[in-house]
Ligand binder design. Sequence first.
Ligand code: GLU
Length: 303
Amino acid sequence: MDHARVLAQVHDLVKDHIGRGRVADYIPALSRVDPGRFGLALATCDGEVHGVGDWRTPFSVQSVSKVFTLALVLARDGDTIWRRVGREPSGNPFNSLVQLEYENGIPRNPFVNAGALVVTDRLLTLTGDSSGELRSFLREASGNPAVDVDTEVAASEEAHSHRNAALAHFMAGYGNIDNPVQDLLHHYVRQCSLTMNCADLALAAGFLARHGLLADGSRLISRSEAKRINAVMLTCGTYDEAGEFAYRVGLPGKSGVGGGILAVIPGRCTLCVWSPGLDAKGNSVAGVAALDAFTSLTGWSVF
Ligand code: GLU
């Protein structure tokens, strides 16, 4: 396939969507991003990268980080995390508190905030420095040593983290958080505040397209763990809109309120799209449209 030509076609097809939607403003530092940006990168399983638009411009990864923290926990600890977090779509907003009470402090899945807090808590216990561990992994896997935390976004997010603090305290009340809530939030916020570009993220997620293998051929997670992460991305990765995303795009995907979406085509490639305007559920408007156009043009979906 002529990757560059397909990406250019996708860019052309989604021009009208770029700038639509609302930039996330509940984290003040995120609200200053230009909604007119758009980038799309594709990384093949053998590490070739192609891109279009602002694919080299760093953005705030936010919840896309949740895919990687889950992989790092599975890599170190195997299946045990699933005793503390479920794997069903929540049908609720990503930062919802209500479900946790009637489900006894066990979050529905690792991609809602409560679930990601549990995963981060485990990574913190296992490593003593979950955000440092994640940053090292992402630097190595993306080949970009400049991947780092945006300290302004982190500070802004930490100062506005009442809901996440409530989720963490609530789960701690059920015995589902092991570390001090303050430490946990600090690491969680730093993970969300990492800044990467589309190429970095597409390359870093390559192990999900390579059935668990890193670029150098070593194994990060088992083939079945890679399958499972992809499955949870498909069913739970795009907020309370995962059904619509599966319907339109037909790929495992994980979005973040920074406007990024990571998508995986097992055995072929990874894609990362970024455009900051979000729809009402929190997914990038132009990002979803681009992935929809990509799978329609290429026929590359998991279905
Ligand atoms: N750091 C954000 C939060 O915890 C992540 C939200 C997201 O991207 O879904 O609210």
